[in-house]
Write a protein that binds this ligand. Structure first.
Ligand SMILES: Cc1cc2nc3c(=O)[nH]c(=O)nc-3n(C[C@H](O)[C@H](O)[C@H](O)COP(=O)(O)OP(=O)(O)OC[C@H]3O[C@@H](n4cnc5c(N)ncnc54)[C@H](O)[C@@H]3O)c2cc1C
Length: 406
């Protein structure tokens, strides 16, 4: 007999895993489907990126029971210095000025994925299909029928609600007929860790230039996470550099604010596109995380935003379950879309605006940018507002971000 679930999550990346953990113990019958076999290095979550997590995200991960497994690998961000090559002025965000002990934390994506995986392994009431790839689905009255490809052949399951947490290319989004706006930024980000001569001591740097942003994030053991953006046309040449050549390039782009760079770790490369779904929902389907919106990493918002998607949905599903309602009802989907609108639109506009402002080579903008950064720096309220926004606290934040399980 075909099993019928209340909720089926497609994709066990950082966002889908967080959602599944939040729903465990809720009384809902939940399935989690992941195409990649455990430990496959090619998965996006297994690369060299380091994630800047907003304070609201670290609190939410604490509420989910994931943070204790991650705390040792996390480094607090106490100050952020944002500047532009060749211009005066810098924006400085300071935890102390915002009245908090840190603005967020940096964690290696690999460590976050491992911590989520460990917590998932404890969630014995979740039904996991791994490896299993969603091939097709059909929505009928009251449920969605899914076809999954597993190593043993095709299998079918049914669900009241289908959640697409299946990343930028989202097969759920495509199969549900939801279109997406795509912008190719024609940039590739290279990420790796390295050793700066001067310890960062909680200081993060973001430096903009006509070639795109570079960033340095504090990591454990005095190391730093380095992010280098290059125009797509130069990506092959940068990828071909040996360690010494890459370090020289990195130093030339970042400058000497943190002293000499040495001991680079492995590099991974990420072509950057913005993919924004036209709708967050379709009948009995909902999108979260990169499937809903993939944004430029420049503002370090992608996972933070995706986590807020997942936890808002979890909260609504848990409340609906307590009232004995249908997990895939049209009213739940409408409420989800309405609850996510302001945060989603605001974050999309913020991140795209930052790319335009920071990377636009139009010389005429240069004095304005400098002035803008100086002004922001001299106005504690403006910088404080950005800091609070960066910390992930929004009007529609879910209970998890305040340390409460719904
Ligand atoms: C260089 C870089 C730096 C970044 N830095 C930050 C940062 O500092 N802070 C921040 O908040 N965000 C950051 N981000 C963004 C963040 O990494 C992403 O937003 C986040 O990882 C997205 O997670 P996800 O679970 O939505 O998608 P994914 O990680 O893409 O997961 C999707 C999952 O779905 C599975 N899947 C796909 N198709 C199927 C199918 N048909 N059937 C079953 N399973 C399927 C995939 O195997 C995968 O495991 C950064 C991104 C980049 C590229």
């Amino acid at each position: 007999m075909t099993p019928l679930f209340d909720v089926t999550v497609i994709g066990s990346g950082l966002v889908g895993s967080s959602l599944a953990i939040a729903l465990h113990d809720s009384g809902l019958n939940v399935a989690l489907v992941e195409a990649a076999a455990p430990g496959i290095q090619a998965q996006p979550r297994e690369d060299e990126r380091n994630l800047a997590l907003a304070r609201a995200s670290t609190t939410a991960l604490q509420t989910l029971g994931v943070w204790p497994r991650l705390a040792e690998a996390a480094t607090p961000i106490r100050r952020i210095h944002v500047s532009r090559a060749g211009e005066f002025g810098a924006l400085r965000l300071d935890a102390a000025r915002a009245g908090v002990d840190s603005l967020g934390s940096v964690v290696p994506a690999r460590a976050l994925a491992a911590a989520l995986q460990q917590e998932l392994d404890r969630c014995t009431r979740l039904q996991r299909y791994v490896p299993a790839q969603l091939r097709d689905f059909r929505v009928s009255a009251g449920q969605v029928d899914l076809t999954l490809q597993t190593p043993g052949g095709e299998t079918t399951i049914a669900t009241r609600l289908l959640v697409g947490a299946d990343g930028t290319a989202s097969p759920v989004r495509a199969l549900a007929g939801i279109g997406a706006d795509i912008i190719d930024y024609a940039q590739t980000l290279f990420v790796c860790s390295l050793l700066p001569q001067q310890p960062l001591d909680g200081q993060a740097y973001e430096r903009f230039s006509d070639s795109g942003p570079v960033a340095l994030l504090p990591l454990a053991e005095r190391r730093a996470g380095f992010v280098l953006s290059v125009p797509a046309s130069e990506a092959a040449a940068v990828a071909a550099l040996d360690d010494a050549g890459f370090l020289a390039h990195a130093q030339q782009r970042f400058g000497w604010r943190a002293g000499r760079f040495s001991r680079p770790g492995r590099r991974s490369a990420h072509p950057i596109r913005r993919v924004v779904a036209h709708s967050l929902t379709a009948p009995r389907c909902v999108l979260v995380g990169n499937a809903a919106q993939t944004i430029h990493p420049i503002g370090a918002q992608g996972f933070n935003l995706g986590l807020r998607d997942a936890l808002t949905l979890a909260e609504l599903l848990i409340l609906q379950q307590r009232g004995g309602g249908d997990a895939g009802s049209a009213s739940l989907l409408q409420t989800y879309a309405a609850r996510r609108r302001e945060d989603r639109e605001g974050t999309l506009a913020f991140s795209h605006g930052l790319v335009q402002l920071a990377c636009n080579p139009a010389r005429a903008l240069a004095p304005l940018r400098s002035l803008g950064l100086l002004l922001l720096d001299s106005l504690p309220d403006a910088a404080g507002g950005i800091a609070r926004r960066g910390m992930g606290f929004r009007s529609a934040t879910s209970a998890y971000a305040f340390g409460v399980r719904p």
